[in-house]
Design a protein around this ligand. Structure first.
Ligand SMILES: CC(C)(COP(=O)(O)OP(=O)(O)OC[C@H]1O[C@@H](n2cnc3c(N)ncnc32)[C@H](O)[C@@H]1OP(=O)(O)O)[C@@H](O)C(=O)NCCC(=O)NCCSC(=O)C[C@@](O)(CC(=O)O)C(=O)O
Ligand SMILES: [Mg+2]
Length: 298
């Protein structure tokens, strides 16, 4: 089985039936059906009902489906959970997480609702969003707060607002937070996902930002418009040359392992465990099944 990547997660406002209906055909890896900031206060109930009904009826094909609920410090958070948890979307995204206590309170309700609905082996995972200075300060503990958390993400719009700064195209104001969140996520084996890029007409800016966040360790990015999907995939997809090299490294690794050799050279360059691990990551993004390489390596 090839591990599924989340290069692109497209936000869709939860009160827009036409957009949700199309969710499975945009070509993104995941959709984020939003009950939070994309939805006006007087639309919250309508959005919740719509998303609940769409989860029951829409064919999302192989697109991962995540629902972003409202925070518990709003009048909507608990009702969102009561309606959405029983339907077990692939994941629930918990915004503006600031403390371990927030996660514990949230997960207590999730587990209570699952129990009440007789859901014995829940598959739904949790994405925590870090969007305030307090959340950034506590991120190492938050990332480790519950085993069902499988991704952590930064909300750059809210974070800059909380910090009282302008969000500039070079991202300098959120750079420390991005890197701290990456380390907290990696330390707990989580997917680390980046914030949105707000200018849907600036492909070059989107490309530059995506190249940067890929370099510092993010696994993918949230998007707000289907026109952003191709640029982000193009950045995250390895080049043909990278795939060829990774294939060769992994294949040689399997052959050497069988001969009891842990470190070897390809074209004069040392290959050891970290080099193999990086090759595996490239092959995962290229959706190449490692089992096939293992078989071919004899
Ligand atoms: C930005 C814009 C208004 C531009 O409108 P435009 O009209 O110029 O778009 P066009 O390109 O002309 O649309 C062409 C065709 O695509 C369709 N289409 C457009 N967008 C689509 C879409 N998202 N999903 C499906 N379909 C879509 C459209 O319906 C049309 O279809 P059709 O008529 O059939 O041709 C529009 O995209 C939009 O509303 N985006 C979603 C915004 C949103 O969700 N915000 C909340 C999440 S962020 C946040 O909360 C901050 C955060 O929390 C986040 C974090 O970082 O994680 C933090 O703190 O940072
Ligand atoms: Mg936000």
């Amino acid at each position: 089985m090839v591990k599924k990547k989340r290069r692109s997660m497209l936000y869709i406002p939860g009160n827009n039936p036409a957009m949700i209906q199309q969710a499975g055909v945009y070509g993104c890896d995941a959709v984020l059906l939003d009950l939070e900031d994309a939805v006006a206060l007087n639309q919250k109930d309508a959005a919740r009902i719509l998303v609940r009904n769409m989860l029951k009826t829409v064919n999302f094909y192989d697109t991962e489906v995540c629902v972003r609920v409202n925070n518990f410090h709003t009048p909507f958070g608990l009702t969102d959970l009561e309606e959405i948890v029983p339907l077990q979307p692939d994941n629930i995204r918990f915004p503006k997480t600031e403390t371990v206590a927030d996660v514990k309170e949230f997960m207590k309700e999730v587990r209570r609702i699952e129990k009440e609905h007789g859901i014995k082996n829940p598959t739904m995972t949790i994405h925590v969003m870090i969007e305030t200075a307090k959340g950034v300060a506590n991120v190492y503990d938050i990332a480790a707060a519950d085993p069902r958390i499988d991704a952590i993400t930064i909300g750059g719009q809210d974070l800059t607002a909380d910090m009282g700064i302008i969000k500039t195209p070079d991202g300098v104001g959120i750079d420390y937070a991005r890197k701290r969140i990456v380390m907290a996520g990696k330390a707990n084996d989580l997917d680390v996902l980046d914030t949105i890029f707000a200018d849907v007409n600036d492909d070059e800016g989107l490309r530059e930002e995506t190249e940067y966040i890929k370099k510092i360790g993010f696994a993918g990015k949230a998007l707000i418009n289907p026109r952003q999907v191709d640029v982000v995939h193009d950045v995250f997809n390895p080049t043909e040359n990278e795939v060829r090299k990774a294939y060769r490294v992994y294949s040689e690794f399997i052959k050497n392992k069988k001969a009891g050799i842990g470190v070897f050279a390809i074209d004069g360059k040392m290959v050891d465990a970290p080099v193999v691990q990086r090759a595996i990551t490239v092959l995962e993004y290229a959706k190449i099944d490692l089992k096939e390489i293992e078989k071919n390596a004899g």
